[in-house]
Each structure stands twice: as structure tokens, then as C-alpha cells.
Design a protein around this ligand. Structure first.
Ligand SMILES: [Zn+2]
Length: 385
């Protein structure tokens, strides 16, 4: 079908809201949401009145909001800047034809979709961070994990390789889907209908650096992937063809490759600093692509902010201060490519070569184990213990 069944997305959300309450916990308040500091976004898009509003002026203070996770690709984004901030804070400004014509399709569709599940408020990076306000950018980038962890729902635009692709298949909102089916005739009576495309094909979205922490911390996700809509929450993963609860024996990661393994967030739940847990996260992050290589620490900053709670001293260029000497022994798996500033980024500063952040590579999470063994067996280790 070209269109997603009308009302289905709303049905999923209502079902999750109502049925997934265990011991007073709801899916949108998942374990992941407990670890980052409880910082909320500064600005939100009011999708009903079509403008950008200061979150702190909204009542009640704990307003629910949806987040959007997507990739820009080569599309030049229309962004909030100091000079248009005032204009964008006027109700109706996002419906202004001049502004509307500049919005990327994915952004436009997400604004319309957020109004549909009656969530009203939406957080989109390019709108809700004033891009030329360096202080604000810095604050929000450091708390990216909090912004996604505290969101009510994350819309994940995984199809397409740029922000103009849109959220396809929403009748009355977006373009129809490119839904392809192949009919195989097995015998004269038996025919096999197969969906073309497969999960084996990783999306551009899943290979981007910025989307890593967005996926990791979002408690509930509405994914648009492979031309099919999916719902993922701590209790269930549903697609248009399959309603399955985690409690029915499945796991999200077994159903959809590439989604979070439970061990990825283990590092946030233990009350001590786990270097191997941290390296496991890096193992999944550090070979991802970034448009601007200088962003390798920024796109991971939400994670280091959340972990500073259990890593005293925080992180120096991504290396935990408390294990500084041991962590310097990190090793890549396979080739490592130096992350050097892009010519167009205007930045000349190099990321340090002693940190993983200076290289695009897979990180071996066991690379520091020999150092720990040596430390434990040495006289110094005995004294310290
Ligand atoms: Zn749920």
C-alpha cells in the first residue's frame, strides 16, 4: 500500500500509553531516561500554532515533547539564527509561505505528524538551537542525551539519505511510499509475495555520528525504515505487519538488527565507572560518518555528560580522566582514518591523535584489559586495592 493505515500510529501510541505500565513505570520514562541530567530543551516548536516557543514559558513545566532524529545529507538546512529568532517566535511564522518553501520535507512532515498524535511540541535541532549562539549551542550539545531521554517519543526518519526525503506514506501529510513487492510463482498455485529491500541494508541514518546518542537515549521510537512504519518501546516492537511484545519472548535487537543491545546502556546503570562499558559504546560509535570531522567529540558529548556522574573528573578529549593512562592504550580494530578538519568548516584545530576522537575507526573494547591485569598483579595494584 502507498499509505500507512490511517490511525495506526495513534493506536500504537495509545496502546503503549495505556497497557505498558509496570510497577508504575511507563515506557516513555525508560531506564535510559534516568541517567542523563534532567535538562529540558530551551526552545520547542509549537506544531499547533506554527512557531518556536521558549520551553520555560509553557505550563505545566514538564511539558511533553516529541523529538526528531534524521540526517541532513547535502541539503542546506533552514535554521534558527539570532536574526530570525524574533520572527520565528511569532505564531504562524512556520506557515508563512516564504519560510515553508525553505523547510526540508522531513522537517515539514514531522511538524505535521507531531500535530497528529496530539503531542503539540516538537524538538528539532536546527530550529530549537539558535545556530549562531555559541553559548546556547554548547549548552544544548552537552545535554543532547537529556533532550532525547526526556522526550515523549522520537520520530526516526531512517529512509532516504537526506532531509528532503520526508516521512513517506502519511496520507494528507507526505508523499506516498515507494512500496515495492515482487511476486514469485513457485508452482501454478503457490505464489510468494516478497517485499523488496531488506534489513541487511543499513540505512544512511544508522551510519551517521550524530544519530548514535539520539537512538541510544530515546525511550520510544516511531521509525520510518524500509518504507514501513515501526513502533519501538521498552515493552514492544510493532510494525505494520507484526505486533510483538518483548514479553512474548522476542527482543528488539533480535527483531531489528542494529538497534540497541542491552549491554550498550549497561554502562549507565552501574554505580561505578566501567571503562570496558565505555569502550563498548565507543566501539559502536567511532566508525560512524560525520559531515564535519571536528564534531567527533560534540556528537558524543551527551554521553560523556551523562557518564560524568560516575567518572570523577570527567573526560579529556574523550579519554576518562580517572583512567587516563590506561585508556590511552585504546586500540582500533582494522583501519583507522585520521579525522582532520574539513576545508570548508573553517576550523584549523586538530583533534588529538592520542584520543579515539582523532580517528575514524572501530574501537576494541578489550584493548585496555592487559593494562588492568598488569595493574592488579603488580605490587602497586595490591597496595592500591
Ligand atoms: Zn510501550
Amino acid at each position: 500500500p502507498k499509505w500507512i493505515e490511517s490511525g495506526l500510529l495513534r493506536k500504537w501510541k495509545l496502546h503503549c500509553d495505556k497497557s505498558h505500565q509496570r510497577r508504575g513505570q511507563r515506557c516513555h520514562i525508560s531506564p535510559a531516561a534516568r541517567y542523563p541530567p534532567p535538562v529540558k530543551p530551551e526552545y520547542l516548536v509549537d506544531t499547533w500554532l506554527g512557531y518556536i516557543t521558549l520551553a520555560q514559558t509553557l505550563a505545566p513545566a514538564d511539558v511533553d515533547y516529541v523529538t526528531l532524529s534524521y540526517v541532513w545529507g547535502p541539503v542546506q538546512p533552514y535554521t534558527t539564527l539570532k536574526k530570525n529568532l524574533h520572527m520565528l517566535q511569532t505564531p504562524g511564522s512556520l506557515a508563512n509561505p516564504l519560510v515553508l518553501s525553505k523547510l526540508a520535507n522531513t522537517v515539514k512532515d514531522a511538524i505535521a505528524l507531531s500535530a497528529l498524535p496530539k503531542e503539540r511540541y516538537l524538538w528539532i535541532d536546527t530550529f530549537c538551537i539558535v545556530q549562531d549562539d555559541d553559548n546556547m549551542r554548547h549548552r544544548q550539545i552537552n545535554h543532547m542525551s537529556s533532550i532525547f531521554a526526556n522526550s515523549h517519543l522520537t520520530i526516526v526518519a531512517e529512509d532516504g539519505d537526506n532531509a528532503n526525503y520526508g516521512l513517506r506514506g502519511l496520507q494528507g501529510v507526505s508523499k506516498p511510499r515507494e512500496f515495492k513487492q515482487d511476486l514469485h510463482r513457485l508452482t501454478s498455485q503457490v505464489k510468494l509475495l516478497a517485499r523488496s529491500g531488506s534489513y541487511d541494508q543499513p540505512s544512511v541514518w544508522s551510519k551517521r555520528g550524530w544519530t548514535f546518542q539520539e537512538e541510544l537515549f530515546s525511550p520510544r521510537k516511531l521509525r520510518f525504515y524500509n518504507q514501513v512504519a515501526r513502533w519501538e518501546c521498552p515493552h514492544s516492537f510493532w510494525s505494520e505487519y507484526n505486533w510483538q511484545s518483548v514479553s512474548q519472548g522476542g527482543t528488539i535487537s533480535s527483531a531489528i538488527p542494529g538497534t540497541d543491545e542491552p549491554e550498550s546502556i549497561e554502562v549507565f546503570s552501574v554505580p561505578f565507572a566501567s571503562l570496558s562499558g565505555y569502550l563498548k559504546l565507543l566501539g559502536r560509535y567511532n566508525d560512524r560518518d560525520l559531515s564535519y570531522q571536528k564534531d567527533s567529540l560534540f556528537a558524543f558529548a551527551g554521553i560523556t555528560t551523562a557518564l560524568s556522574r560516575v567518572f570523577p573528573g570527567g573526560f579529556i578529549s574523550g579519554i576518562p580522566q580517572m583512567f587516563f593512562d590506561i585508556a590511552l592504550l585504546w586500540q582500533p580494530i582494522g583501519d583507522a582514518k585520521r579525522r582532520t578538519p574539513n576545508r570548508t568548516s573553517g576550523s584549523k584545530s586538530l583533534l588529538p591523535s592520542w584520543s579515539w576522537a582523532g580517528w575514524q575507526c572501530k574501537v576494541d573494547y578489550r584493548s585496555c584489559d592487559p593494562a588492568f591485569s598488569y595493574f592488579k598483579s603488580s605490587k602497586f595494584g595490591e597496595e592500591a586495592i
